[in-house]
Design a protein around this ligand. Structure first.
Ligand code: ZN
Length: 240
């Protein structure tokens, strides 16, 4: 059935000589594969549609396998973000996490809205701390939706919410001073507080007053958590 969907291009790959297969994170159907015939040519009308980070409407025949698209309408190309390597590596890291963790055809309009807002903020932002923090924010939301969210409100061992002193990667969350494993990596209490507050923030009034040390600790924590619990490292994260 012919329908119009709204989506963000996560990645593209060549198909035969002139066509492209896109992975699009759509508002209506979640992550889907879309075939665009003849689009792999800069003279083609659909050339702007196939570029990663493009936000567009796609007129498609929706199928359980690969959907087919004939044309579409660009909403925002995010041109300056596409050309700024220092910023877009964070977006490509997020895209890799989406592609590797989300099942195809699982609608999640809340996560779609968060992703779109993050891209919009990042394009305008000149603050690398904000960009890194938004990336961590998305990593947390994604963990929540795929059902491997860490315990960040109480000790994962004894259930106490008092004297939280560390985040234990292998146990999957906060631990209190009684349950701490002395062999585990130590994260500062400041970082644990930021992690908790960050998850419950709204993007519309995104507040932060955070130093480099906390950002580095949280980046490390999320990287190790994704690696331990999901076996995932992204190619982009080595450029952070
Ligand atoms: Zn405990």
């Amino acid at each position: 059935m012919l329908e119009t969907i709204e989506g963000i291009v996560i990645k593209n790959s060549d198909y035969q000589e002139k066509s492209k297969i896109l992975q699009v994170f759509s508002k209506e159907h979640g992550l889907i594969g879309i075939l665009l015939k003849g689009a792999n040519n800069y003279k083609n009308n659909n050339f702007a549609l196939i570029q990663p980070i493009s936000h567009a409407f796609f007129n498609i025949n929706y199928y359980n396998g690969l959907s087919k698209c004939y044309n579409g309408e660009l909403i925002n190309s995010f041109h300056s973000l596409k050309n700024d390597f220092s910023k877009n590596i964070y977006i490509f890291h997020i895209f890799e996490l989406i592609y590797k963790n989300l099942e195809q055809h699982q609608k999640n309009s809340y996560l779609f809205d968060i992703l779109l807002k993050i891209i919009e903020i990042m394009e305008k932002s000149t603050d690398i701390i904000q960009i890194k923090l938004l990336t961590i924010y998305f990593e947390l939301k994604l963990l929540y939706f795929i059902g491997v969210f860490p315990e960040i409100s109480k000790c994962v061992e004894c259930g106490s919410s008092k004297h939280i002193t560390n985040f234990d990667i292998s146990k999957g969350g906060f631990v209190c001073e009684k349950c701490i494993d002395p062999r585990s990596k130590i994260f500062s209490v400041d970082s644990l507080q930021v992690l908790y507050q960050l998850f419950y923030q709204e993007l519309d009034n995104f507040n932060y007053d955070i130093n480099d040390k906390i950002i580095s600790e949280l980046q490390l924590l999320l990287r190790e958590y994704y690696n331990y619990h999901l076996g995932i490292k992204t190619n982009s994260s080595k450029y952070f």
